[in-house]
Design a protein around this ligand. Structure first.
Ligand code: SAM
Length: 168
């Protein structure tokens, strides 16, 4: 989409198959790297105007950290890693660059209750790094297609796009 809009698009994805699929859609395939987002600063990417991402979802009860292949301290480890990753994102952003994430609260089938307010927890962490600008609520329609039910997945019919700006 970014390339279709005439922008230079760069990205990183840890899963090799997903990264390969993403590259297959790009004109400049070398701009999408396979690797961890923590290494963003060493990939030689230029400073950006807009960062767009949807970090992996996890619930408070999950013992794993979805940002790591192994281990990592569950939900609090995930939020801690997100803070570190987005500190790196912030260093790569131009002053006033937008940092935009799609996320949601979750009620996965494995742990439907209580709801994990993931979107709020993520937004609170990023508010310590960036200037909060707002949110866009996406209402998803159609038949539930994803794990955990709900048109958006994870037991939800809506998600949030949270918008921040770098301050430097
Ligand atoms: C919610 S999905 C979003 C996928 C894609 N951005 C999209 O919008 O379709 C989260 C993605 O983050 C990837 N991921 C998980 N941990 C990562 C990490 N440490 N660094 C980079 N990507 C990671 C997952 O493999 C997964 O593809």
């Amino acid at each position: 989409m970014a390339e279709r809009l005439g922008r230079s698009a760069y990205g990183v994805e840890r899963d090799p198959d997903r990264a390969a699929y993403g590259r297959s859609l790009l004109r400049t395939r070398s701009h999408l790297r396979t690797g961890g987002a923590k290494e963003l600063g060493s990939l030689g990417f230029p400073r950006f105007d807009l960062s767009l991402t949807s970090p992996p979802y996890t619930s408070r009860q999950d013992p794993w950290n979805p940002l790591r292949a192994r281990g990592g301290g569950g939900y609090s480890g995930d939020l801690g890693d997100l803070s570190k990753i987005f500190s790196g994102v912030g260093r790569l952003g131009k002053p006033g660059a937008r940092v935009v994430l799609e996320t949601s609260h979750i009620r996965p089938a494995r742990y439907p209750r209580p709801t994990t307010f993931l979107a709020g927890d993520v937004a609170a962490r990023l508010s310590k790094l960036f200037r909060p600008e707002g949110e866009i609520v996406i209402g998803w329609t159609g038949r539930p297609r994803y794990r955990g039910g709900g048109t958006c997945g994870h037991g939800q019919d809506h998600s949030y796009v949270v918008v921040f700006r770098t301050t430097r």
